[in-house]
Ligand binder design. Structure first.
Ligand code: HEM
Length: 411
């Protein structure tokens, strides 16, 4: 198969597999083949990063919570240069001014950073946003008619507006953000990534200055306050934290909604079941996450010591990529994993990760998706795809799994 040709460098058949960008158009088939071969496999990612790829559910779950795997950005940045095989291709994404966040940290830094925002994202706090999310959703639905790109008109503006309001980011700046964060999560050339990170970090610094001068009733202002107060949050950690929350808020929930609606439109029986019984929506959202989660294959860690996985021992200082997409389609954990079933008992999927880095934004993402899908189906009784399913293309990103566009007819 084209997407998983063994590397043509004279290595044995079980040497690294080179994943080209076509891989993202049909990752499930390739990942299933790899899972059948064994629990872990060396792979070369599209822009040249050499990793060990884990594809089975139970290994993925335990490795996500294994302290022998580190995420510390300082060491990861150095290792990156060592493990990139292509020249001029990959960029580490470890731009130091944006990298000092919890998702790139181990305890005790991780514990300290996460504690600062945990309270703002608990299910209880997030539930208070419901009326405002309903209002934004209704406004977006009001503006939709005829044939539209569901991502552009609905799935994208909803989470962006919510995260920007929560953080206190001015409305006018959303377009810049979208451009920068799109560049950072796609397979963009290294120089584009460098430029986008540079622009984003100077923008965030000026935003911090603005909040310092005129604090508002928002999360960003309270983080600026914490940072100014003492030794809990340095300036570079503050900017990195806002960066992480913004990118996570921008690039994930859009695809939860988009991939979920696509799955429904491709499975009319499931769509009918959901329309007939909207109390199934929360369960359906969990099935969206399992069946076609928004995070592609990339959740990156590196070995802080030699690490046995099955009968392979991964040496120290190697990157390990845990494929959530593959784990969620593992037949040893999910019966008939390729079947999309909104009534499937929820729970157990790894779309939000597992362990200490389990997604902070999960309650927010779940609430947004619940409201979005519920209201979309209510409003448009005749919602349908406005393109041949085969013509839809997935974005060239190994990090995020989402469509380039999702044309639908709303009535
Ligand atoms: C972490 C997925 C939405 C903020 C993670 C991780 C995953 C994930 C898989 C862990 C990655 C790893 O362990 O390597 C998702 C999905 C989302 C979503 C599928 C939407 C459907 C959000 C939103 C926010 C957010 C809306 C913020 C508002 C974060 C943060 C972390 C994180 C801050 C780092 C947690 C830590 O390191 O302790 N997310 N996410 N996510 N997510 Fe999300």
């Amino acid at each position: 198969m084209r997407a998983v040709d063994p590397v043509d460098d004279g290595q044995a058949v079980d040497g690294p597999i080179r994943l080209d960008l076509d891989f993202v158009q049909d990752p499930h088939t390739a990942l299933e083949l790899m899972r059948a071969e064994g629990p872990v496999r060396q792979a070369i990612m599209p822009r040249g990063l050499r990793v060990w790829l884990v594809t089975g559910y139970s290994d993925a779950r335990s490795l996500l919570a294994d302290p022998r795997l580190s995420k510390d950005y300082r060491s990861a940045g150095t290792l990156f240069d060592k493990h990139v095989t292509a020249t001029g291709g990959a960029s580490s994404g470890f731009t130091q001014s944006l990298a000092a966040h919890m998702l790139n940290s181990d305890p005790p830094d991780h514990t300290r950073l996460r504690k600062l925002v945990n309270k703002a994202f608990t299910a209880r706090t997030i539930a208070r946003l419901r009326p405002r999310i309903e209002e934004i959703t209704a406004g977006l639905l009001d503006d939709m008619s005829g044939t539209v790109d569901l991502l552009e008109t609905f799935a994208f503006p909803l989470p962006i507006t919510v995260i920007c309001e929560l953080l206190g980011i001015p409305d006018d700046d959303k377009e810049d953000f979208r451009r920068w964060s799109g560049t950072l999560v796609s397979a963009s050339p290294a120089e584009d990534v460098e430029r986008a990170s540079g622009e984003m970090s100077s923008y965030l610094l000026s935003l911090v200055e603005a909040k310092r001068a005129a604090p508002g009733d928002d999360l960003l202002s309270s983080l600026v306050h914490v940072s100014d107060e003492g030794d809990q949050l340095s300036e570079v950690e503050l900017v990195s934290m806002i960066f992480l929350l913004l990118v996570a808020g921008h690039e994930t929930t859009v695809n939860l909604i988009g991939n979920g609606v696509l799955a429904l439109l491709r499975h009319p029986d499931q769509l009918a079941a959901l329309r007939a019984d909207p109390s199934l929506v929360p369960n359906a959202v969990e099935e969206f996450l399992r069946y076609e989660g928004p995070v592609n294959i990339a959740t990156l860690r590196f070995t802080a010591e030699p690490l046995p996985v099955g009968d392979v021992t991964i040496p120290e200082g190697e990157f390990v990529m845990i494929s959530l997409l593959a784990a969620n389609r593992d037949s040893t954990r999910f019966a008939e994993p390729d079947r999309f079933d909104v009534r499937r008992p929820a729970g157990g999927h790894l779309a939000f990760g597992h362990g200490i880095h389990f997604c902070v934004g999960a309650p927010l993402a779940r609430l947004e998706a619940d409201i979005a899908v519920r209201r979309l189906l209510e409003r448009f009784a005749d919602l349908r795809l406005a393109a041949e399913p085969e013509s839809l293309r997935w974005r060239d990103s190994t990090l995020m799994r989402g469509l380039e566009t999702l044309p639908v007819r709303v009535g």
